[in-house]
Design a protein around this ligand. Sequence first.
Ligand code: ADP
Ligand code: MG
Length: 268
Amino acid sequence: MSVREIPLIGDVSEGVVRVGATVRRPMRPSSPAVHALLRHLEAVGFDRAPRFLGTDERGRTILTYVEGVVPAHPLPAYAVSDEALTAVARLLRRFHDAAASFTPPPGATWEDGSAPEGPAELVGHCDVTPANVVFRETTQGLLPYALIDFDLARPTTRLFDVVTTVRHWAPLADPVDRDPMQRSLDAAARVRLFCDAYGLSARDRLMLVETARIRFGRSYTLMRDRARTLGGGWARMWAGGAGGRIRRAAAWLDANEDAIQRSLLPGS
Ligand SMILES: Nc1ncnc2c1ncn2[C@@H]1O[C@H](COP(=O)(O)OP(=O)(O)O)[C@@H](O)[C@H]1O
Ligand SMILES: [Mg+2]
C-alpha cells in the first residue's frame, strides 16, 4: 500500500510532509533536543503541541498532525484580532509554565546555539509566528489552539520569547512591512494586551522595549549569517529583504518607544 505524502509549505524547512494523521520532518542536529522537549510537554500534560511519535523508516521525525487552520499571508482578519492576540499570549504562558520544568538532555544541541539572552529560565519556542500556530473554531470564531514548529526552540528567558511573539503579533513592525490587515492596528495597545493576558511580570515589562532592541540586532546578524552559511530558505528570505525589514522595525521601535512604554505603565 502506498501512503500519500502531502508537502507542507512553511517558512524555511524543506521536506516537511503530512502522512495521514502524522507529520514527517527531516532530522536536524537539534532534533534529539526538540524530541526531548516534546516528550516533556506530553509528560506534564501540555497538549497544545504536536506529540513526538518516533522516527520513520527514512530516519525522519514523526509528529502528530494537529487538526485546525494555520493562517497564511496575507493574514486573514481572524489572525489579527485582539481575541487571537490574547489567546496566543495565554497559549505561550501555558507553554512556558510547562517548559519551565524541562531539563535539556546533557550536551543538547539547539538550532541556534548562541548564548541565552540572560540566565536561561526555560526552553522557549522562539518562533511563535502566525504560521506556527494552529487555530481552531470556537464559539468566538477561530482562535489560537496549539504551537507547532519547535525547530528554533532553545534555552532563553520568558521575556525574550514574549518579545519574539509580539514582534509578529502586535506587531512590532513598520507599517510598510505589515500585512494589510495589520496596518491600522495600535501596536502599543496590543503589546499591553498581550502582556496582561500572558501575566508578564512588572520587571519584564520594564525591560521589554530594550529586549526588543537587542533582539532586532541579533536577528539581523543571525539571518544574514544563516543566509550565507546555510543558503536555502534562509538565503531566499534574506534576498527577499528580511534585513531591511528588521532595520525598519528597529527604527519604528525607536519612534514608538514612548507610546509603548506609556501603554505598559501600570494603571494606564
Ligand atoms: N504538527 C503539525 N500539525 C499541523 N500542521 C503542521 C504541523 N507541522 C507543520 N504543519 C504545517 O506545515 C507548515 C510548515 O511546517 P513548519 O514546521 O512550520 O515548517 P517551517 O520550518 O518551514 O516553517 C506549517 O505552517 C503548518 O501549516
Ligand atoms: Mg513554520
